[in-house]
Design a protein around this ligand. Structure first.
Ligand code: NAP
Length: 529
């Protein structure tokens, strides 16, 4: 039975683009199916004001092409969404990727044909495509979560979700605006929206930890140094758990003398960014150490926010690092503005959305526009929107009824020839996504090449290997404080979602080693046919 393509790749973000490039290089045919009108994935959809990456631009970039590394010029320490989208478009043009991409099309279903050993892929444009392999590159945070607050459809003004922002932008000048949520997207957008809006009311259920970005234009001398030593920096980054080249202090916070500890926290704070969590080695392992870091940040809130009641509401109460640390520019300062009000809804949920605003704690709030900064059905949301059917017609949804189970975060038992880029059970969201994506893509491309060389056309994870990996992912997550609290990492933000720590927290180096061992042992844990 003939195939239309060796592979169908779902998604034209950074994962899908590089996957296509690698498969072409190895002589495979592939078609990328993308819901949006263009490439960029996360950076195509998340166009809310202030959106930028929390990993430094020189590190949040592809490394597969030294020429690309040398020719692209990042302008700021942390790149804005428009700049990252320009980069994605540049990559698509430079490697002539668009001719194998089909835009404005959603994959709706994919069924494994056991007789023919191929996938039958269907789209909302009535395409029916036969492909030997299906590779998902749909992103971990790409299925926006719209909470089921009663009355949402009654609101008469416009409602915007940060994860699906209008492409033409939104002008809030002279408008009153309500924002629900205080996660990373809210923390980036609130300062910008506050500058525009007549009045901004922020509804906060959980106060969040944030560290200043200290964003700035990139110094040309620094860029020259980076460009002269890119391979060394990339190599160093791969030895770090998060795949980011920053200095990790392995000392224990509680065991460090107070003055030294304060100096370390302060210097990380002054430098800015996610490296704050690397101030000490046990912040996510030891309650007391975690509390020391948390208290340091809590003090900063109180120093910045002038109104004591607002400051106390903004002080985060849970452990630091439970949720992903946010990186901001002027977030707490925004609450000193006369046109910004914080409404603490931690003790009572929003009662309902009304025609003119919302009702919370017995009080009516009025606004012209509503912004939902309410996050995503992370890691599994986008995958389960496609009706994947593996052996015996079993659906992925059924298979993952009690939470996602994968081998290496890449494959699932009963779903032969289906690969996931940064799937649940891989380090993905706990790391710099770009090197993690490249590692997955290289693994998959090499695997397809190895199958071709062996004259095989089916690869499937073995149940024992998957069980062992799922067990390992669970075991390492239990060591850290992260698994003890509610976040999207454990699906706690989506009512009814099974509580499972989804990403692999063992770190990028351990993960790379695990994958390399599997390859060295001739694809150990996989059945080839
Ligand atoms: P998020 O972190 O999940 O935050 C969602 C916010 O909405 C939380 O404050 C949540 O409150 C609130 N919320 C949800 N449902 C609610 C309800 N029914 N009533 C009241 N409040 C509700 O989502 P996000 O800010 O979009 O960020 C998601 C992830 O995307 C981040 O963790 C990060 O990994 C990534 N991201 C990265 C960047 C960057 O690179 N700079 C920027 C944006 C996002 P609770 O906390 O109480 O649930």
């Amino acid at each position: 039975m003939s195939v239309d393509f060796d592979a169908v790749i779902i998604g034209a973000g950074f994962g899908g683009m590089y996957m296509l490039h690698r498969l072409r290089q190895k002589g495979f045919t592939a078609r990328v199916i993308e819901a949006g009108k263009g490439v960029g994935g996360t950076w195509y959809w998340n166009r809310y004001p202030g959106a930028r990456c929390d990993v430094e631009s020189v590190q949040y970039s592809y490394q597969f092409s030294p020429e690309l590394e040398q020719e692209w010029e990042w302008s700021e320490r942390y790149a804005t969404q428009p700049e990252i989208l320009r980069y994605a478009n540049h990559v698509a043009d430079r490697f002539d990727l668009r001719r194998d991409m089909q835009f404005e099309t959603r994959v709706t279903a994919a069924t494994f044909d056991e007789a023919a050993n191929l996938w039958r892929v269907e789209t909302d444009k009535n395409d029916k495509i036969a492909a030997r392999f299906v590779i998902t590159a749909m992103g971990c945070l790409s299925s926006p979560n719209t909470p089921k607050i009663s009355g949402l459809e009654d609101f008469e003004g416009p409602t915007y979700h940060t994860g699906n922002w209008p492409h033409e932008g939104v002008d809030f000048t002279g408008k009153t605006v309500g924002v629900i949520g205080t996660g990373s997207s809210a923390i980036q957008s609130i300062p910008i929206m506050a500058e525009q809006a007549k009045h901004l009311t922020v509804f906060q259920r959980t106060a969040n930890y944030t560290v200043p970005a200290h964003n700035k234009p990139l110094d040309p001398t620094y860029v020259r140094q980076i460009k002269a030593s890119y391979p060394e920096m990339r190599r160093r980054a791969k030895t770090k758990p998060a795949g980011i080249d920053f200095t990790i202090n392995t000392a224990s916070a509680v065991e460090t003398p107070e003055a030294d500890r304060a100096r370390e926290f302060q210097s990380r704070w002054d430098y800015g960014g996610l490296g704050f969590m690397a101030s000490f080695g046990d912040l996510l392992l030891n309650d007391d150490s975690n509390k020391l870091a948390a208290d340091f940040v809590r003090t900063k809130v109180r120093e910045v926010v002038k109104d004591p009641k607002t400051a106390e509401a903004l002080v985060p109460k849970n452990i630091i690092g439970c949720k992903r640390l946010c990186v901001d520019t002027g977030y707490w300062q925004t609450f000193n503005r006369p046109n910004v009000t914080l409404v603490d809804i931690s003790d009572a949920p929003i009662e309902r959305i009304t025609a003119t605003g919302l009702r919370a704690k017995g009080q009516d709030y009025r606004f012209d526009a509503l912004v939902l900064a309410t996050g995503f059905d992370a890691m599994t949301g986008a995958l389960l929107k496609v009706d994947f059917r593996g052996r015996g017609g079993v659906s992925l949804k059924e298979k993952w009824n009690e939470g996602p189970k994968t081998y290496l975060g890449l494959t699932v038992v009963g779903f032969p020839n289906l690969f996931m880029i940064t799937g649940p059970g891989s380090p993905s969201v706990l790391t710099n996504m770009l090197p993690s994506i490249e590692q997955h893509v290289d693994f998959i491309a090499d695997c397809l090449e190895a199958l071709r060389a062996k004259g095989k056309n089916v690869i499937e994870a073995e149940p024992a290997a998957q069980e062992a990996w799922v067990g390992h992912v669970g075991d390492v997550s239990n060591i850290t404080l992260r698994s003890t609290c509610s976040s999207w990492y454990v699906g706690a933000n989506i009512p009814g979602k099974p509580r499972v720590f989804m990403p692999y927290i063992g770190g990028l180096p351990a993960y790379i080693q695990a994958c390399e061992t599997v390859v060295r042992n001739d694809y150990e844990g996989f059945a080839l046919a």
